[in-house]
Unconditional design. Structure first.
Length: 273
């Protein structure tokens, strides 16, 4: 098993823990007995979740309000964790959002913020905590990516590129850290039924949000969380939850981009209009 056993002085740090997949991963880890450090911008939601998990599972659940788009806030996070007296033995890099629409007409500030949260924060937090894991000879890192990172997505260019970085980064570290007692897993869900799609304004052909358009291929946040934590415990390199999406991604590997991109562009463009 590659997931460290719960310990009084150890904890799982979960970013983007105030809702969706992040909150469900926190619940899954609490059920397994792990202390938690919950990180997100919405402190009221974090506190409510921390109280729920502490009461229900008897774990220690701390909260840190942090805007991961801010380099200064990310740098302070390490000191804030140290002040809690907890070792981060499990790191869940989950925080994120997406832009959608024609890149040339997008908000440049929002595009750069997306890179800071989806890429810079993953790199910064992994570097902050992985050295301690290696020194202790135990640790696990789950980077929440997306099937969007498995091919270029026109009209979601920045998001798909950022998630592609996360997948490649995770796979490389998975191999690099073999034998160190530390495992790294990329969780790559397809459509998940959360408010992610409404917040991003991400629609496809017919004006439907992606989770509605995907129909039975859409999974719940709890299903995504269980798959991610189970894959991390098993030492998997990449986890794609849900048989329909997993099958589709496997098949898509054999379709040339020259064939695939026009279809993806057509679907995405109709939603972006």
């Amino acid at each position: 098993m590659s997931l460290p056993s719960p310990s009084p002085d150890g904890a799982a740090l979960v970013t983007g823990a105030s809702a969706g997949i992040g909150a469900e991963i926190a619940r899954e880890l609490a059920r397994r007995g792990h202390n938690l450090i919950l990180v997100a911008r919405r402190e009221d939601r974090l506190r409510a979740l921390a109280d729920e998990l502490a009461d229900e599972h008897g774990v220690r659940a701390e909260t840190i309000a942090c805007d991961l788009a801010s380099a200064g806030a990310r740098e302070r996070l390490g000191d804030q964790v140290a002040d809690l007296g907890l070792d981060v033995e499990i790191l869940i890099n989950n925080a994120g959002f997406a832009t959608h629409g024609a890149f040339h007409a997008s908000d440049p500030t929002r595009e750069l913020e997306q890179v800071r949260v989806l890429v810079e924060a993953v790199v910064a937090l992994t570097r902050e905590f992985v050295d301690g894991m290696v020194q202790r000879g135990r640790g696990a890192i789950l980077n929440v990516a997306s099937t969007a990172g498995m091919q270029p997505l026109p009209y979601s260019a920045g998001y798909s590129a950022a998630k592609a970085y996360v997948i490649t980064f995770s796979e490389a570290l998975h191999q690099e850290l073999r034998g160190c007692g530390v495992t790294v897993t990329a969780l790559c869900p397809g459509p998940v039924a959360t408010d992610f799609w409404q917040i991003s304004g991400w629609e496809v052909k017919g004006g439907q949000t992606m989770d509605r358009a995907a129909g039975p291929a859409t999974i719940s946040p709890a299903d995504a969380a269980r798959a991610g934590v189970s894959g991390l415990a098993s030492g998997d390199r990449v986890v794609v939850p849900g048989l329909p999406i997993r099958t589709a991604m496997l098949a898509s590997r054999y379709i040339p981009h020259a064939v695939k991109l026009p279809v993806l562009e057509w679907m995405q463009r109709r939603g972006a209009q």
